[in-house]
Design a protein around this ligand. Structure first.
Ligand code: M6R
Length: 607
């Protein structure tokens, strides 16, 4: 999604803004721009495509000035053209925006009636035009910004800069996050703390409805009711703001490689010192009394929820309903008493997931959030936030956040299984011991990298691919297909293996790679039968299994990727690794942009 930065500094603003925008690149964008004030005069530069185009433009047409705002745009209203790129400017006002102004057509019509036309296809330009209109009627910049914001409907983070006002930025948050950075005689604004990390580690997060009047001397914040408020200044851990690739070619590769470490962190966070007990916060609902769980999320986080359904239902005999947030929020499902709602999100800012959480606010007994970003809206609006300890995830394709989500959800399911008397102490102890060994198992499993490169070479020539899995491996197949689509742009679909003969088998011919995710478990023989059905029709199977599975599958398998054997309960976490590596190496073979795939945004803060 769009990224916002702003600086009131004591040095040239343009290089600082471009550097901060680079740190927001991971969010996904298709054009970028900055505006600065030099000798009291606003000027701007905008360019389509990657930031390097904006940097090039600034070499030939520099922008001086010590105050400025910048933006990376992920197009919603209007094509990614220079004209539609931010900052938008109307007379003395420049504005950058993340989100959607839902009533921009109505506002545009009002402005048109007053003789004020628009030049772009964007909703954001309307904000600048409205503020300009208010200033023409005699309002101060602050009053004009406030009057404009009061008219807006939708979700937004906004940052204003004004002609002749080199010591003023006005920031507003309604739905999309904004962070204010405190420097030494300098102030900053950013979509997140990562953008501001080189400048400051002292951050104030705006709350919903806040308006911040920023000057070099500090910030004044009013809440949604216009009351002056004190929002805390948080010291951000430098580590959480680090965004280097650590010697890897891509953030995605780094984040895949980090999984043994961060899963270890997640385990340590929720296990007792001796590792023999799962310790959850006191505010955690008593699973023995819970009648039903509702798990809601989007994308990869949704597949983590689908996997967790198998765990909660099979291990704890606790009924679970899983839904895609964008469906859930408008389906308005009945929430019966005894329901605990769990929202899973890496960013904690996904608009649909947040809206679904708000729907459950007064309906569910309790609202839990399984999040990576602990300062996020979803974390703050839940009754209890359970951090997944994955560390900053930059790659648009979620990897380590997925396996950490699975790890935390599995620990919750195990806790529930014990609390509900559905699991013996011995079985829990065995599973905890296997979980403690999982980081080491994952490290060993990294050796499949070579085999996966071979698979990826073949796959990179395919138009389409199928992923199959049974039981808890079915969501893993879905995740494998999503990863492949996202970063290699190869069409991929996933099916529960047993569903193949009910339709998708018609797709099978010698051009169709079929990736089968199947540890040698109780369902393995049935999966082998499904593989035979594919091979009998010339389909090219890639079997991802353990040594026993590869041996049992027999001859005729097109390619095999052999993972270490693990307790079947833990298999979904381990099998995420080949799903990620297959997509990664296929994207490398195809030469696509792994970390910033086309059209995608890291955190989806619009509907
Ligand atoms: O930040 P969230 O976990 O709420 O994001 C949800 C999805 O947008 C996200 O998982 C998306 O599907 C990823 N690009 C998957 O790799």
């Amino acid at each position: 999604m769009c990224g916002i930065v702003g600086v009131l500094g004591n040095h040239e603003a343009a290089p600082v803004l471009v550097e901060a925008l680079k740190r927001l690149e991971y969010r996904g964008y298709d054009s970028a721009g900055i505006a600065t004030i030099n000798d009291g005069v606003l000027d701007r530069r905008r360019a389509v495509g990657k930031l390097v185009n904006l940097s090039d433009m600034l070499v030939h047409h520099p922008l001086a000035g010590k105050a400025g705002i910048g933006h990376t745009r992920w197009a919603t209203h209007g094509a990614p053209t220079e004209q539609n790129a931010h900052p938008h400017k109307a007379g003395p006002v420049a504005v950058v925006h993340n989100g959607i102004i839902e009533n921009f057509r109505e506002l545009r019509a009002e402005l048109a009636a007053a003789g004020i036309g628009h030049e772009t296809d964007t909703d954001t330009e309307t904000v600048a035009l409205l503020a300009q209109h208010h200033m023409q009627q005699g309002m101060t910049p602050e009053a004009a910004a406030r009057a404009t914001i009061a008219r807006l409907r939708g979700a937004y983070a906004l940052l204003f800069l004004f002609d002749g006002e080199g010591d003023l930025m006005i920031a507003a948050r309604a739905g999309s996050p904004l962070a204010i950075g405190h420097g030494e005689g300098e102030m900053y604004v950013g979509s997140d703390a990562i953008a501001l990390a080189p400048m400051t580690d002292r951050i104030t997060y705006l709350e919903e409805g806040d308006i911040a009047v920023v000057a070099r001397a500090g910030v004044t914040i009013t809440d949604a009711d216009g009351r002056l408020v004190n929002r805390p200044v948080t010291q951000i851990a430098i580590d959480s703001a680090r965004v280097d690739k650590g010697g890897h070619r891509h953030f995605m590769a780094k984040e895949i490689a980090e999984q043994p470490m961060v899963i270890g962190n997640a385990l340590r966070h929720y296990l007792s010192d001796d590792g023999n007990e799962i310790v959850l916060p006191e505010a955690m609902p008593d699973f023995a009394r819970v009648e039903r769980l509702v798990l809601v999320a989007c994308g990869t986080a949704y597949y983590a929820c689908l996997t967790a359904k198998y765990w909660f239902e099979q291990l704890a005999r606790l009924p679970v309903e899983v839904d895609i947030a964008s469906e859930f929020r408008y389906r308005e499902p009945p929430i019966s008493p005894g329901t605990v709602a769990i929202f899973v999100s890496q960013s904690g800012e996904t608009a649909d997931t947040l809206a679904a959480l708000r729907y459950c606010r007064d309906r569910a007994d309790s609202i839990l959030a399984v999040v990576n970003v602990e300062t996020s809206s979803i974390a703050r609006e839940s009754d209890l936030a359970l951090p997944i300890q994955a560390g900053t995830e930059i790659g648009v394709a979620s990897t380590k956040a997925f396996t950490c989500q699975l790890t935390v959800l599995l620990m919750l399911a195990l806790k529930a299984a014990r609390a509900r008397g559905e699991m013996s102490a011995e079985r829990l102890s065995d599973l905890l011991s296997a979980l403690r060994g999982l980081p080491a198992t994952l490290n060993t499993a990294m050796e499949i990298d070579g085999a996966i490169r071979d698979v990826a070479r073949d796959l990179s020539g395919a138009q389409s691919a199928l992923f199959l899995g049974r039981g808890a491996m079915y969501p893993l197949a879905l995740e494998g297909a999503l990863k492949l689509k996202e970063i290699s742009y190869i069409h991929a679909e996933a099916y529960a293996s047993g569903e193949l003969k009910h339709g998708p088998i018609a797709l099978i011919d010698e051009t169709m790679p079929v990736i089968v995710m199947a540890p040698c478990d109780a369902l393995f023989e049935k999966t082998v039968s499904n593989m035979q059905e594919v091979m009998a029709r010339g389909g090219r199977i890639v079997l991802v299994s353990d040594a026993a599975g590869v041996a049992a599958a027999g001859a005729g398998t097109f390619q095999a990727v052999t993972l270490p054997a693990v307790d079947p309960v833990l298999a979904p976490i381990l099998y995420a690794l080949p799903a990620q590596l297959i997509a990664y190496h296929t994207a490398i073979a195809k030469g696509t942009d792994v970390d910033q795939p086309r059209n995608l945004a890291k955190s989806v803060t619009v509907e």
